[in-house]
Design a protein around this ligand. Structure first.
Ligand code: SF4
Ligand code: SF4
Length: 132
């Protein structure tokens, strides 16, 4: 198990990382198992700034790049006292920030529908609907 860095080191890490955790939202989605699910993910990925990824627990997430409106130009939270609970629980202090991990934070991550379709094809998944 990794040793926890000092408070000073943690603050330095957050200060220099560019506040990556304040620049997107991610919400868990159902693991895709049928044509309808595959099609929904294709639809998500046809939109700009949307990504879909699977984490190390094999859970699937929809990610949308969008900076928080409380994020200041210096990378600090401008409403720190009233930041949401999810922000309080996430971060370098508890070492649960995925960006601090030595591993890639995602097992797999898609940014375009084409990437996802290629991955489905490579895995011999039947995702195409009959044309009408
Ligand atoms: S509320 Fe503050 S800590 Fe939370 S995402 Fe926004 S800027 Fe970051
Ligand atoms: S918690 Fe992680 S992503 Fe967020 S500012 Fe700190 S190092 Fe960066």
């Amino acid at each position: 198990m990794k040793n926890k860095p000092s408070e000073k080191k943690l603050s330095e890490i957050c200060r220099t990382c560019g506040a990556r955790c304040c620049r997107y939202i991610a919400t868990e989605i159902d693991t895709p198992t049928c044509k309808r699910d595959y099609d929904h993910i294709r639809w998500y990925l046809l939109h700009e700034t949307v990504h879909v990824f699977m984490d190390h627990d094999n859970d699937w997430y929809l990610e949308v790049e969008s900076p928080c409106e409380y994020l200041g130009p210096d990378g600090r939270c401008m409403n720190y006292e009233h930041r949401p609970r999810i922000c309080r629980k996430y971060g370098a202090d508890d070492l649960n920030c995925e960006f601090l991990s030595e591993d890639e934070p995602h097992v797999i991550r898609f940014s375009t529908a084409t990437e996802y379709e290629d991955w489905l094809d490579d895995n011999k998944v039947k995702w195409r609907w009959k044309k009408r």
